[in-house]
Write a protein that binds this ligand. Structure first.
Ligand code: AGP
Length: 614
């Protein structure tokens, strides 16, 4: 949930670290700080609030240094204030350390260190680490990097750590377990470290994705050395970054979220490109092809995910069960990992995660793996932890999703799940080649149909203006549009802070209908399909209670238009593909309402893009 950036080399460190923190601010923005090494002196600047606060504060001082570590925080222990901001410093001021993750046994370690005379300034678990390193370094008479390695044997929890010391001005040490850390190898002998590749890509494309319980020692004279926590040296596996720099800019849009909503025609196309051929009538997710039989013969497919990714999983359940007749269960990863679930060896567990770093999803996979299940992944970030622990997987290829509210990743996930459902159904013979052909042709038409939905943006903005002051909202859908209702409600909640709930349309009568009055907007997906007439009945039930109906309808619909207060038309498409189109108006609606309410659309309060802690 925090962002880490570090640099050591010939250039000035501060500008590189600061720019990197701005690129990572979507991971957490409660406070930010930097420590710089210059001429054997260690300077630390840290401030509550956004990275811009740190920049304003630090640039009032004479900033210099060839090595620097920076951190933007999402608070787990201790209030977001200057004192709790990272970096944390040893009592003698010689070592500075930053950390993303949670030290679960920090309380016992803290008590031990206090009994040895250490004085704590902050409420954080991270400060325990820097004092523990200092304590071991002095007791064992070892340098701070070796002390860190030893210290990690005493630590329980998740960490991505970078530390520097004024006694070793040419060294930087890093370690990771469960929290991501990417190492960039500069062309000019410089080195970069960050929580993901976005702060690194403009300097180098040569990266090492650090593995769990790995320690990196970077020395400007000796270069990079990689060790495991047992002190065995390892050969770094250097990879070429696929990321492009311009993907990290706003491209003229006011917010990353709006840019990413508008990228969906391309991102959906990129997602299925090379994975289907309508003329030849084939579809194939090459990354998991060897597991197709396992999935067909599986006792069940268990999808584990969180948030928006969980909603995508629900869409997948409807498609895979209906088309391929394979039992699918969709689980909140955070519940699955702790409820002692029954997992059979012939189960296939599929994790869906944009970041590929969500702690609960990762833990759910590790549990499934420990029970002998096959584990697969659907991720958006290449080289992410989930993509690296799974037996196989498929990338959504949506490009970096910077906005905290997930949009193009969701439609990418749904696209992958649609391809998977078609692959399994055709291989199993539960759909004919003719049906497959029809579905593939319709899927290929989706990017242009999303473009047509985006053309209704001005109309959606007007509707947003009508309902921007609502205090509650209800989203209704049936079938595979029910998860879209859940997703629409989540979008509104997380960026405009209006309470909203998604419900199966028929379920409204079992309680939520009591909420309906003339002030409550009800957003309903009422597109042509099997349940159309039933949804119309639900709309009439709402109208009878004076609720305001905003309906997403199939282009040309006249019936619902007579009942609803507002309609948003989407192009006609196969019922299985409606989620890919119906989601877009809800994304735009939430975006405009949030902007009109003056909310921080790309970095909503209390949220972070990647939830790498429990
Ligand atoms: C989506 O808008 C949210 N920001 C959040 O629910 C997100 O989907 C969830 O945290 C899961 O993240 P992941 O896909 O990276 O695992």
């Amino acid at each position: 949930m925090c962002g880490i950036v570090a640099y050591i080399g010939k250039k000035e460190a501060f500008p590189i670290v600061l720019k990197g923190l701005k690129r990572l601010e979507y991971r957490g923005y409660d406070s930010a700080g930097v420590a710089l090494l210059s001429a054997g002196e260690l300077s630390v600047y840290k401030r509550a609030g956004k990275v811009s606060n740190l920049e304003d504060f630090a640039t009032q001082h004479n900033i210099s240094g060839h090595a620097g570590i920076g951190h933007t925080r999402w608070a787990t222990h201790g209030l977001p204030n200057d004192t709790n901001a990272h970096p944390h410093v040893s009592m003698d001021g010689s070592i500075a350390l930053i950390h993303n993750g949670i030290i679960e046994n920090y309380d016992s370690l803290r008590k031990e260190l206090i009994s040895e005379g250490y004085v704590f300034k902050s409420e954080t678990d991270t400060e325990v680490l820097v004092h523990l390193v200092d304590n071991i370094s002095k007791k064992e008479n070892v340098w701070f990097g070796e002390a860190l390695r030893i210290a990690l044997h005493h630590v329980v929890g998740a960490y991505a750590i970078v530390a520097i010391s004024k006694n070793y001005p040419n060294r930087l040490v890093a370690a990771r377990k469960s929290s991501p850390l990417v190492l960039g190898i500069g062309t000019d002998g410089d080195f970069y470290l960050a929580s993901d590749a976005t702060p690194i890509v403009e300097y180098t494309k040569q990266v090492v994705y650090m593995e769990d319980e790995e320690i990196a020692v970077i020395d400007l004279e000796e270069g990079l050395k990689l060790y495991n926590i047992g002190d065995q040296q390892k050969t770094p596996y250097i990879q070429q970054l696929e990321l492009e720099l311009e993907a990290l800019e706003k491209g003229g849009y006011e917010h990353f979220m709006l840019k990413e909503i508008y990228e969906q025609p391309r991102s959906i196309l990129d997602c299925f490109r090379g994975r289907l051929n309508t003329d030849e009538g084939w579809v194939s997710l090459r990354g998991i092809r060897e597991y197709e039989d396992k999935m067909i013969q599986a006792n069940r497919l268990i999808i584990v995910a969180c948030g928006t990714s969980w909603h995508a999983g629900l869409v997948g359940e409807y498609l895979i069960e209906d088309l391929a007749r394979i039992n699918v269960e969709v689980e909140y990863a955070s519940e699955f990992r702790y409820r002692n679930p029954i997992i059979h060896e012939n189960d296939v567990v599929i994790a869906i995660s944009q970041s590929g770093e969500t702690a609960d999803t990762l833990a759910a996979l590790e549990l499934a793996k420990s029970k002998g299940a096959t584990i697969l992944g659907i991720c958006n970030v290449v080289g992410s932890s989930i993509s690296r622990i799974t037996d196989a997987g498929s990338y959504t290829h949506a490009g970096p999703e910077i906005g905290v509210a997930s949009t193009k990743a969701f439609t990418g996930q749904v696209t992958i799940l649609t391809l998977l459902a078609l692959t399994l159904a055709h291989k199993k013979g539960t759909i004919t080649t003719s049906v497959l052909h029809t579905m593939l042709a319709e899927l290929e038409a989706i990017p242009n149909k999303v473009k047509r939905v985006l053309e209704t943006n001005a109309h959606i903005e007007k509707i947003a203006n009508t309902y921007k002051d609502a205090t509650n909202a209800l989203y209704l859908g049936r079938g595979s549009s029910f998860p879209v209702a859940l997703e629409g409600a989540l979008k509104l909640k997380e960026i405009s802070y209006i309470h909203a709930e998604g419900y199966p349309a028929a379920e409204m009568k079992h309680g939520p209908i009591a909420l309906i009055d003339e002030n409550m907007p009800i957003f309903v997906i009422a597109t042509q399909g099997n349940s159309y007439e039933k949804v119309v009945s639900n709309i009439q039930e709402v109208k009878a209670r004076k609720g305001k109906i905003i309906a997403i309808v199939t282009e040309g619909d006249v019936h619902v238009r007579e009942l609803a207060d507002e309609v948003i038309e989407i192009p006609e498409t196969n019922e299985y593909l409606v989620p890919l189109l119906a989601t877009v108006p809800f994304q735009l609606l939430s975006y405009h309402i949030a902007v009109m309410r003056g909310c921080n659309v790309d970095q909503p309060r209390n949220l972070a893009k990647s939830v790498t802690v429990e």
